[in-house]
Design a protein around this ligand. Structure first.
Ligand SMILES: [Zn+2]
Length: 87
């Protein structure tokens, strides 16, 4: 599954549909200094909203959905979300 990312220019929770990313107002200022929080992403499968880090944003680390009902794992590749093959 490949989903094109929809970037929100400002934080409007009602518009966080699946596959939407909102880059934080001050990215990199909170979380782990080595891999700080960078954006908010709505899972492309279930729309659960979660914080993602800089390394997830650039595709080094996979994004894992925080919902108990969803096993979504995917990588951010440019402007797309690409499912991670389940091994
Ligand atoms: Zn999900």
């Amino acid at each position: 599954m490949i989903v094109e990312i929809n970037y929100l220019p400002q934080w409007i929770p009602e518009q966080m549909s699946p596959g939407t990313v909102f880059v934080l107002d001050n990215p990199g200022e909170s979380g782990d200094a080595a891999d700080p929080f960078w954006a908010v992403l709505a899972c492309p499968s279930c729309a659960t909203i979660g914080l993602i880090t800089r390394n997830q944003m650039v595709g080094i680390l996979p994004v894992i959905c925080g919902s108990d009902q969803c096993s979504g794992q995917f990588f951010i590749r440019g402007d797309s979300l690409v499912s991670r093959p389940v091994s």
